[in-house]
Design a protein around this ligand. Sequence first.
Ligand code: URA
Length: 271
Amino acid sequence: MERLQKILAQAGVASRRKAEELILAGKVALNGEIVRELGTKANPEKDKITVDGRPITIQATVNLILHKPTSYVTTVSDPEGRRTVMDLLTDVNQRVYPVGRLDYDTSGLLFMSNDGELTNRLLHPRYHVDKVYRATVLGMIEKQAVEQLTRGVRLEDGVTAPAEVHVLRKHPLESVVEITIREGRNRQVRRMFEAVGHPVKRLKRVQFGPLVLDDLKPGEWRWLTPDEWAALYAAADLEPPPYAGPIEKARTPQKKRQSGKRQRAQTARRR
Ligand code: URA
């Protein structure tokens, strides 16, 4: 028996906190009876649970890592018709969502999941998830800029929290720097380097919490390993659900979601 809010979160209905709000608002029914008690427990395999009259379906938890290439948007659909990270999830049967965002011009590790509670926690500053980026920046980076980045940089939305900075290569034309941040503000790394006089030329995320990109190629994805699965839930201070990857691959790739216009353009390019 599990608490209703936990079952709702596992079913991908909402985060646990939002699920509690749904229960308090009288939108959740257990075996035909509206429940408003937050402590109510149920058996997801035997009990009939509905939200707004619609039965919920318990699905396996899916967690995966994608190496996002540049020139893809981190959204489920794009009104401008650009390629999205969803186009790369060939063979994935379940619906997963990007956890956080990488800019159109940024490549690297994108964690994707259908676990709403895990997602909320990983994005919440309280859980201090380290994000490590490798930035190629213009100009020779000097000690003073490194110190500024490390201490915190004043941006228009406030001073950034302390960062860890390692210079990997120094050259008068461009330098390569590895920077670890815990915040996740919009275009934060680019704005930080801009503020210290070194605009970013290339940006790649190589680590997200305990997950490391390693040699996954751009455009490829993979399931988490059991160790990564355990480490990720530990980082979010959550009890891990049963390990569910690798899951059977889909017979119809998600690619099918591409618009007819984009498919026609691709076919024309191949000719
Ligand atoms: N910081 C940025 O500037 N861009 C990203 O995509 C991620 C972090």
